[in-house]
Each structure stands twice: as C-alpha cells, then as structure tokens.
Write a protein that binds this ligand. Structure first.
Ligand SMILES: Nc1ncnc2c1ncn2[C@@H]1O[C@H](COP(=O)(O)OP(=O)(O)OP(=O)(O)O)[C@@H](O)[C@H]1O
Ligand SMILES: Nc1ccn([C@@H]2O[C@H](COP(=O)(O)O)[C@@H](O)[C@H]2O)c(=O)n1
Length: 670
C-alpha cells in the first residue's frame, strides 16, 4: 500500500515494505543524449527529427532556451523536429536553465563562441555548481564571459569576444567532464569562424570518461569527425560542419536503468528493461556488471536488459563490493542503496564528483542511509555503507534535496522490513517524471492486482495473554496463527541441546537457520519429536529471551515468520510483529497487563500443566525477561506507533477477544 500527500507536487510518498517485483519497463529517453542531440541539431544544417526525446525538466529548459534563441522546434508525430543553423538568430537573450548541467555548460560554450549579449542563470543550486574550468578555457580562446556573482559560478554574462584558436585550448576535467563535452560540441563554431583547426588539450585528469565517448559518438552522427589522441588531445578540423542526420533515435536512459537493475537484483524479478542493452553508447549500462558482481543475473539484448536475482524477502543477500565508480558516478548511487542488502560492508571509491552534482551527494547519501539505521562512513571521495540487519531498520523519512536520483535510488529501500517515506518525490521530474508509476507497476504484478493477505499483530510482554488471544481471534476469523515466540524457544532448546548457554551469537544463529520444525494443530515438532511441552518450560523461555537479543538470530528467523502470511489472513503474536516483521499490518495490538497479574496467570498455567512453580520466582523471572525484551538494542519490545494498546489486567479472555474483533471489523476491511 502506498500513501501520498495531497498537493500537485506531493510532499511525500510512503512506500510500504515490498517483497517481489517483476514485469517490463520502457525507459524514458536518455537525458545526456537528449540535451546533446538538441544542441547539435540546433547547430546542424538541415532538419533533424529527434525520436524518443526525453520530456523532463532538464530537456524542457534546453528546448525553451533554443526557442528563445530563435530556433524553430516543432512537435511532429511523436518526434521533435528542429531546423538548425550555424549561427543562431537571436543575439540577445536572458536564459533560465534550472538545474540542468547538460544544458548550462554546452550552451555557455556555444553562445560564447558565437558571441552576443546573453545572460545564463539557474536555480540557487545551479549557482553553487562550479563552472570556472570551462570559463577559463573559453576565455583563453578569446571569448568574453563575466561572472555576475561569485567568481567561478553561474550566473554568467556573455559578450562578443574575439576568437583566437591559434594555440591549443587547455581545459580541466577533474571536476566535471561536461566542460570538455561543452568545448567539443561548440568547437566546430570556432573552427568555422577562424578557418583553422581547433585543438583541445586536457589539463590534468579526466573523470567520467564514458560521457566523453557519448559526446564524440553524437558529434560524429551529426557529421563532425574529431581526431583523438588518447584522452589528451582532441583536434576539430577547420572544415568541420554539423549536418542534420535526418532522423535520430535517442536510446533509453542508462542511469535510470540502474534502479530497475537494482530492483531485479533484490526483488527476484525477472525485470525486463527496454531501451538500453548491449548496443548502448552510454557508460552507465556498465551498472549491469555491478549487479552481476553482487549476485544478480543479467541477460543482454541489443536494446534491452533482463535482470533477476534471489529476492531479499526470500532470504537473498547481495555480495558486498569495494569498487571504483569514477566512470559511472550517477548509477553508483543505486549501488549505495543496494549495499543495505549486502553480506558485508560496501565501499564506493573515487566519487568526488558527487560533491558538485544536484546536491552534495556524498553528504546526502550519508545522511539518508544513516536515517534508515545504517552505519555509514564517508570522506572527500568515498562512501562506505554497512549492511542493515532486519531488526535495525528505522521507518525513516528520506530527504531528497531536490535531487531526482536521491528519490529514485531510495525507492529501493522499500525492501526492508519497515515503511519508507520519500519526501518531495516529484523531484524525479528532472529526468523521469513517471518513475514511481513504473516502479509501482513492477511491484504490483506479483500480487496479481490483489492486496497481500491481511495480518493482525499482537505484541506485548510475557504472559500478557498474546498467545491465547491470537489463537481465539484467528479461530473466529478462520485465519492462520503465528506464535513467533515458539521459534525463539525452539532455537533456545536447540542451543541447550548442543550444550550452549546463549552467549554465542554465531552458534544460536546457525541453529536458528537450520531448525527442522513443523507446526501441527496440536503439536510443535522439532526433528520429528513433539517438543510442545518442553519449550514451555521457564528455563527455555528465559534462554529464548537471551538468544532473541542477537541480531543474527532475529535475521535468521525473519523470512520464516513472513512465510506464515497467507490467505485468508494471519494473526501473529510476539514482541516485534507490528514493528519489524509485519510493519504494514492493518491492525496492530499491544497487549499489556500488570506484572503481578501476569505472574499469577503464568503460575496457574504452569500448575494446570503439572509443572512445579513458585510465584515469587516467577515474578522475578517475568521482570527480568521484560527488562531484557524492552532493553535490547535490536527489535526491542515496544508498541508500534500505530498500535492500539489493550490492558487486559482487569478483563477476561473473551472480553479481550471481542475487543480485538471489534477493532478489526471497524478498521480492518477498510
Ligand atoms: N485476559 C485474561 N484473563 C485471564 N487470564 C488470561 C487472560 N489472558 C490470558 N490469560 C491466561 O494467562 C496465561 C498466559 O497467557 P498466554 O500464554 O497466552 O500469554 P503470552 O502473552 O502468549 O505469554 P508468552 O509471551 O510467555 O508466550 C494463560 O494461562 C492464559 O489462559
Ligand atoms: N516476536 C518475538 C517473540 C518472542 N521473542 C523472544 O522470545 C522469548 C519467548 O517468547 P514467548 O512469547 O514464547 O514468551 C521472549 O521472551 C522474547 O525474548 C522475541 O524476541 N520476539
């Protein structure tokens, strides 16, 4: 179930814990290719029909800017047709470019080389994103550019310079590869005006090289062949002229494919991603190799990818990584969220460029992953994310910093055990306005359109009557019942039988994982032996509350508990049913009673079953167990925020059962 806020741009989107996803998705056009193709078509002689052009905030600002510069753009039967020109008609314009780096940098270079009276500005964040390396390079060519505010940052004013291409133009590529892209795309303007070759030389290291390959590929499609000497020197010949290729088809966005590659890896799949595949010219398609290394399977077609994996909900775990993401910084954000489901700490290296993207992505990812409960470390150019055990997840509100990729990659946090709220989900309109619609469609397919079986959770302290009430409510509704405490008791019994005392987490987790148990109507069998009475002994119950404090034990028993959720419904009793195991349950009860009352009831219960018991000892045991259950660090006994508390100290069993059934008929079916 998903809830949203009420405004046009929704303030939040609540994602309920999800288990599986499958189906097909068609990606929107690539943002990087769309904005490059728009600029090149605008510079090319002739008419270009752009098919599959992305329709999003970043391409809209580019289209609006080109119109403002006097170019003719028409929508024609699903394609955008553009009549280009080597020199643009409008020599004076004030252009607002939002937060679109792929529009701002190339337009700066093209307009500076053409010359005119232009002002380029954006949203406040755009004015915090450096552009000095590009401006320095353009000024060295004789272009006239002034900073309107802070040196090195937009807004910019462009005038009429005097182009001089007699010497190579040097450009730095360590902060953003878009500076080199901008120069490469605009260079034919200078070559034509000066009537001589333009030589671009790289000054220092270059990040995100695959984006330069996209640029060179597109420039060539529009008729200009750049001579390249490694990554050091690029020569644009004097006779270079852009020519419209007639029609140009834009492939799907490979960065956006990363979310669905991640989805297939953690939600089972198969997920078919149409729009990018083996023939893609985008570097981010290499994210398929990242999820493969983490354990997913990916089949590649020319124009599609199909991904599948073992779902986290079925006990799947991704392989941890320590990887250099310099070549695919955008898709790398998806890997940071996938790390939550890994089998060890994951390190993302060489991602300094994150600091100057739509937001400071290293700081933002660090803060938001930590908000979910994860342990995170970061420095100037790396991020380490530790896996998040089931019991440690927190139902967080994720801030998105007006960064589309923050919203999209955190959708993958919906496969933890708690709901996740994405704030300002509408920020995805920058590159993928329909993202959450597509995401939900893939999640919905496995349910066949039907809601998952309903669950009533009953949590509370020992001997408050949870088991008794759960049985009776389940009977009245004709539902299944889960006595989750029995699983911890069975683990404790297995530990005792191996001579353990519950102090060894690895031993207890190993035994929890390998429990050979069967629940029958009147018996609980372990290895074929009826242990129903044995596990009710107080010694076992006490040890159960000790092993239950180990995160690895809780994790080992999680999938087994969720598997009880079957039609027509489930009543689950325990300590963390409503907080961790079934956080999306439509009715949650927290059943309490005074500790003296509970001790009396347990005393009577044990005596009735023929066990010896001492009331004072029992009272002490219950208090100790309550303290352990409430005080442990992982999945402590606590009422879920949306639970109804019922105090049974002065109510009979039937009264409590009726109260729960009344609550269910009042709110459950709705
Ligand atoms: N409202 C009630 N009034 C009187 N007795 C009750 C009430 N609820 C439960 N009991 C009795 O209290 C005893 C303990 O109940 P039960 O075993 O269901 O508790 P529990 O919360 O499941 O305990 P545990 O957490 O240890 O499994 C049982 O003998 C049960 O019949
Ligand atoms: N969801 C649960 C259920 C139980 N525990 C722990 O197991 C102990 C035994 O449970 P009973 O309900 O059978 O008494 C209990 O003291 C808890 O420590 C749990 O952690 N989570």
């Amino acid at each position: 179930m998903t809830t949203t806020g009420a405004d046009a741009r929704e303030p939040f989107l609540r994602l309920a814990p999800a288990a599986h996803a499958r189906g097909a998705v068609t990606l929107p056009g690539s943002k990087s290719i769309s904005n490059r193709a728009l600029l090149l078509a605008a510079l090319a002689e002739g008419t270009t029909g752009l098919e599959g052009l992305l329709d999003s905030d970043d391409t809209r600002v580019m289209r609006a800017a080109l119109r403002a510069l006097g170019l003719d753009l028409r929508q024609d039967e699903g394609r955008v047709c553009l009549e280009g020109a080597a020199d643009w008609p409008q020599k004076r314009a004030d252009l607002f470019l939002g937060n679109a780096g792929t529009a701002f940098r190339p337009l700066t270079a093209a307009l500076a080389m053409m010359g005119g009276d232009y002002r380029l500005s954006g949203v406040p964040r755009m004015h915090e994103r450096p552009i000095g390396d590009l401006v320095d390079a353009l000024r060295s060519l004789g272009c006239e550019i002034a900073y309107e505010g802070r040196e090195g940052y937009p807004p910019l004013r462009i005038g009429r310079g005097r182009l001089d291409v007699s010497r190579p133009v040097r450009v730095r590529g360590a902060v953003s590869s878009q500076f080199l892209t901008a120069l490469l795309m605009a260079a034919p303007i200078a070559a034509r005006r000066a009537g001589r070759d333009v030589v671009i030389e790289l000054d220092g290291p270059l990040i995100s090289k695959p984006y330069i390959l996209i640029t060179l590929n597109l420039v060539e499609r529009f008729g200009v062949c750049v001579r390249r000497e490694g990554w050091q020197r690029f020569i644009i010949p004097a006779e270079a002229r852009y020519r419209a290729p007639g029609r140009y088809r834009i492939e799907g966005d490979a960065s956006s494919a990363s979310y669905f590659l991640g989805l297939g890896a953690i939600a089972g799949g198969p997920v078919r991603i149409e729009g990018v595949g083996g023939d893609s010219i985008q570097g981010d398609v290499a994210f398929a190799e990242v999820v493969e290394a983490m354990g997913a399977r990916v089949e590649r077609e020319a124009d599609a990818l199909v991904v599948s994996g073992r779902a986290v909900a079925d006990g799947g775990r991704l392989r941890a990584f320590d990887r250099d993401f310099n070549l695919i910084p955008d898709a790398a954000m998806t890997a940071a969220v996938l790390a939550l489901y890994a089998d060890g700490p994951c390190r993302l290296r060489n991602i300094a460029s994150w600091r100057v993207k739509e937001t400071d992505r290293i700081a933002a990812m660090h803060a938001e992953l930590a908000r979910l409960g994860a342990r995170v470390e970061s420095d100037a150019d790396s991020l380490t994310v530790h896996p998040l055990p089931a019991g440690d997840w927190r139902a967080a509100e994720i801030r998105t910093y007006d960064d589309h990729r923050m919203a999209m990659c955190f959708s993958l946090a919906a496969f933890g055990p708690v709901p996740v709220t994405i704030l300002d989900p509408g920020c995805v309109s920058k590159t993928y306005p329909g993202y959450f619609k597509d995401f939900h469609r893939l999640l919905g397919v496995e349910r066949g359109g039907a809601a998952p079986a309903p669950v009533i959770t009953i949590d509370g302290p020992t001997a408050s009557g949870k088991g008794t009430i759960a049985q009776k409510v389940a009977q009245a509704l004709g539902w299944h019942v889960l006595d989750s405490g029995a699983l911890y008791r069975l683990t404790a019994l297995a530990v005792l039988r191996e001579g353990g005392d519950g102090a060894d987490e690895a031993q207890a987790a190993r035994l929890a994982r390998s429990l050979d148990i069967r629940f029958e109507p009147d018996a609980i069998l372990m290895g074929g032996e009826d242990v129903s009475a044995l596990i009710r002994q107080e010694e076992v119950g006490n040890l159960a509350s000790r092993v239950a404090a180990w995160p690895a034990v809780r994790e080992a028993l999680l999938a087994c508990q969720r598997a009880f959720r079957q039609a027509p419904g489930l009543v689950g009793d325990g300590r963390d049913m409503g907080t961790v195991v079934f956080p999306d349950a439509p009715l949650k009860i927290f059943l309490d009673a005074d500790v003296e009352v509970r001790a009396q009831r347990r005393y009577k219960q044990l005596k009735d079953k023929g066990f010896s018991a001492n009331l004072d000892d029992l009272l002490q045991d219950l208090r100790a167990r309550d303290a352990r259950d409430r005080g442990r660090a992982h999945a402590p006994l606590v009422a879920a925020a949306d639970a109804v508390t019922v105090d049974s100290s002065h109510q009979g069993i039937d009264d409590v059962v009726r109260q729960v059934l009344d609550l269910w008929s009042a709110r459950g079916p709705a």
